[in-house]
Design a protein around this ligand. Sequence first.
Ligand code: PAF
Length: 276
Amino acid sequence: MMQVSDTIAAFRKALDAERAAGKTVGLAPTMGALHAGHASLIDAAARSCDVVAVTVFVNPLQFGPNEDLAKYPRPFENDMALAAQHGATHILHPSVEEMYGPTGSTVLTTIHVAGITDTMEGAVRPGHFDGVATVVAKLFNAAGPCRAFFGEKDYQQLQVVRQLAHDLSFPIEIVGCAIVREADGLALSSRNVYLSPADRAASIVLSRALDAGAALLRTDIEDLDAARNEVARIVAGEPRASLDYAEAVLTDTEVRLLVAAKFGTTRLLDNLGVPR
Ligand code: PAF
């Protein structure tokens, strides 16, 4: 049976009771409008934890003034059904007031993860990652000790959350989950519903560009510039796409190609890792 909490205290109490009964807790933090990508997080949590909790909260702090906060989809009944189908038994669905106090009051504490938030999404969306880090810290405190599952689709967000959990010593293990794609390659996103048919058709340029960049890296893993330029060149060749950035980031184990572009008013992200 699904236990829906609309307060942080009720959610914490329910998950404390599970832990007191010896159960491990898996957490999938979301903004709702759940799709197969979120389902894969809930599935991964269900595979490795005894109980699964989902949070559904459209976080105003991570939206810029001209972004889609008001029109962001909020199909909560569907979200509950999908979460239940995939084995979740707890949902936190708080109001903005529950999370941030009475309307009009100001949040005085925010969390800023330095350095890794300066580029890409952080550069294009000032303040976005402070909003993400602040809400994720609050959700972690609401959930208590657990394993938390985040999608690699928001790759930079995943790094920010890992850093935050480490730096602030949250008793939480962060697990990254692979991107889920449509059959034609488009990465699943709650924002895909905004795309016009023509933009939906054009949007596959992102995964196509990443594949082409990855092919170059497989011939020369050192040449990050060539791979990044190839991604940028292919996206720029799609008249319906307006490129925000294409990047190639070197990590210990791989080169990660990342891209963001607008199709009409809809901004989409995608990324792909190539092992070193
Ligand atoms: O990835 C998301 O859905 C959100 O950014 C998150 C992590 C739930 C924070 O609001």
